[in-house]
Design a protein around this ligand. Sequence first.
Ligand SMILES: Nc1nc2c(ncn2[C@@H]2O[C@H](COP(=O)(O)OP(=O)(O)OP(=O)(O)O)[C@@H](O)[C@H]2O)c(=O)[nH]1
Length: 393
Amino acid sequence: MHRLPGEDPVTAAPTPAAQPAPRLPVSVLTGFLGSGKTTLLQRLLHHPGMARTAVVINEFGEVGLDHLLVAKASENMVLMDSGCLCCTIRGDLVDTLRDLFLKRVRGDIPEFDRVVVETTGLADPAPIIHTLMSDPLLAARFRLDGVISTVDAVHGASQLDRQPESVKQAAVADRIVLTKTDLATPHTTLALCQRLSAINPAAPQIPAAFGEVDPKQLFDAGLYNPDTKSPDVARWLREEAYRDEQAKHHHGHDHDHGHDHHHHDHGHGDACGPDCGHDHHHHDTNRHDDHIRAFCMVVDEPIPWNNFVDFMEALIATGGENLLRIKGLLNVKESPLPVVVHGVQHMFHPPVQLQEWPGEDHRSKIVFITRDIGESVIQPMFDQFVWGAEGAA
Ligand SMILES: Nc1nc2c(ncn2[C@@H]2O[C@H](COP(=O)(O)OP(=O)(O)OP(=O)(O)O)[C@@H](O)[C@H]2O)c(=O)[nH]1
């Protein structure tokens, strides 16, 4: 069984949340085969805003860098005229990032302020996120900024139907980039956006034909706002997006029987939109995204920290691989200051104690994106572990 790292955020030396973390932010760029990752990267590498970025890719050939190449820094590293560095994976990601960091410290390569790692199209992004969180040397030097997932506006819906990886890539995303919007009809794009909102209510969906997007929309997706140099919980958690989505999918239903409901086009094609009059509201267990649940729990009473850890451990033991993303702002009983938790599957970042509440609302809010574990399972488990031992609530 996995303990939450950090054990006790209250008695442990508090992570100084108000100071910007010195670790370099890493963005993971993922997306299904052919969904436009390379096209997006090519456009990004041209962008002046991408100077001081190191990009980690699988092969130079894929990205077609010849016209951008300024100097070869080493066998697997090139420097571009935009100022950014591009390097191919050597060994594994851990070796590559350590190598990059060492070269930067030694001054062998120009300083960079952020890293983008492109995954292959069939990759499950979770192990990469785990590597960043769990390798002690990497975790001391790098931090996960966010996951950017490209979704093909034309083929995205059928990929969501058939490919569990594509659903997972969308579910763990902090930003979703809709590619090939130039080729898709507005109806197709709208229907896809609605499906993506049901899978991942909080991730902004950014249309980018031919990779045309302002890098600012993709980066700085983490808890810290680089402008204010302080945590921006509202932007990071976006629990209201989960509540809006839950309200949409539970209209007319006051029960939770373990299934979510989705609006979708089940074969009516482009002509079918949300106002087309078809009955879109039904179950279809063959679609991979019908297994995804996205919901928010709001807890009024302060939570005993150890009970919360027990709850998380029980949940991880029940189905850690199905907890795609969990984020929370907790009011813990032992402290007047809030604690932020963040997990992907069975791995959790060390909890962070904030130095102040982000607003007047001091209730705990936890958002979940899960596969096959609904609120109807998680809420009773939470009540049992968190309040059961206390005899409260
Ligand atoms: N019309 C149009 N074509 C696009 C767009 N984005 C990508 N493409 C094309 O789609 C194809 C696949 O794009 P890539 O950028 O190679 O996709 P990828 O995700 O890197 O592909 P893999 O590395 O094979 O997983 C290429 O032929 C691109 O030119 C877009 O926004 N509009």
